[in-house]
Design a binder for this molecule. Structure first.
Ligand code: COA
Length: 312
């Protein structure tokens, strides 16, 4: 659904700061990533979003394109980030059709709630493959383009940036692993890996002008993540544990994205930008499942989206 600007980014950014630039985003049909891309598109960029579901991805691309008259947004579906050759094809197509690939958002992720004894080897592997290997595959497929862009738009931070920025990557991570989170061992392991990778990319590719940073969203309202990770009737209790007293909005993640990709974020590299209203400081989030009673009960998780399907 087309959105009003105030719904997906704040009013502080200047139109045109991403003119003639292209953003490539995995998981781009999701609630958070689509807001990130929508903000970039509203501010001048063209975009390519990648997803597994063809219809959802294509429809979201059309929807994001409404953010700016003349915007070009490609929605490339049927791409699983676990398949490097598919991702490479998508990155090449994006650069070929849109002219370049200046910014990357590694956003595709997998999640569900389950204790470690309820997670099968295949379930653990699936999440690690999507998050860690998927992010690696994204870096691998896009790095040549990012190097080119970083070279073209290099800045020393003091001269007037005539043509803007380029050669930047953001990994969308989480805060779960900072303190440990029940029923999230698989994702905690995976996101710790993603964070480590982002740092290595910053250190190795920074000398080429590339920046590599992490955005770690906290509980963001109306997202797939919250639907999967928290019972709907536990919302007010969960929100109370956030120092800012509420859930975040997708625009708050989009704003962080614009900051890191824009001229305002030139000297930020290898950093994690936590956007969570202070939530991780009060950790212990268990999605409305009583701690430790629910863990001790041995029951399966019910009442959230993405529950385990019966194979019968
Ligand atoms: N609890 C425990 N295990 C679960 C589960 C749950 N709620 N949901 C899925 N699994 C298990 C499956 O049973 C399977 O393991 P098995 O073969 O040993 O039975 C394994 O996870 C893989 O599931 P499958 O559905 O075949 O894989 P997939 O690759 O299509 O899905 C997931 C990957 C599991 C991560 C799925 O949740 C997903 O597609 N998520 C994408 C969207 C998403 O999570 N977004 C959240 C962003 S915060």
């Amino acid at each position: 659904m087309p959105m009003e600007k105030y719904q997906f980014m704040s009013n502080v950014w200047r139109d045109g700061i991403f003119d003639n630039k292209v953003v490539f985003c995995t998981g781009g049909a999701g609630t958070i990533c689509s807001a990130q891309v929508r903000a970039m598109v509203a501010l001048g960029a063209n975009a390519c979003i990648i997803g597994r579901n063809v219809e959802k991805t294509e429809n979201m691309a059309k929807d994001i394109a409404t953010a700016r008259p003349g915007a070009r947004v490609l929605g490339i579906g049927a791409i699983d980030v676990r398949k490097p050759e598919l991702l490479q094809g998508a990155a090449d197509r994006c650069a070929r059709e849109l002219g370049s690939l200046d910014f990357v958002i590694a956003g595709a992720a997998g999640n569900f709630l389950a204790t470690i004894d309820q997670i099968s080897p295949n379930a653990m592997k699936s999440v690690i493959d999507i998050d860690v290997l998927g992010s690696y595959n994204t870096v691998k497929a896009t790095l040549p383009y990012l190097k080119e862009s970083a070279g073209r738009y290099r800045t020393d931070g003091t001269t007037l940036p005539v043509n803007g920025t380029g050669g930047r990557i953001i990994f969308v991570s989480a805060t779960l692993h900072y303190t440990g989170t029940p029923m999230q061992s698989h994702v905690s392991v995976a996101k710790a890996g993603v964070d480590a990778m982002a740092m290595s990319v910053a250190i190795e590719q920074g000398p080429r002008g590339i920046t590599s940073n992490i955005i770690a969203p906290g509980p963001i309202a109306e997202t797939e993540g919250m639907a999967r990770l928290s019972k709907s009737d536990a919302k007010s209790k969960v929100a109370k544990a956030v120092p800012s007293g509420r859930f975040g909005a997708v625009k708050e993640i989009a704003d962080a994205t614009v900051y890191l990709f824009s001229d305002a974020g030139n000297f930020v590299n290898g950093e994690t930008l936590v956007v969570d209203g202070g939530a991780w400081h009060t950790a212990g989030f268990a999605g409305g499942f009583e701690y430790p009673d629910f863990m001790l009960s041995g029951e399966s998780v019910t009442g959230v989206k993405g529950g385990k399907k019966s194979k019968l």
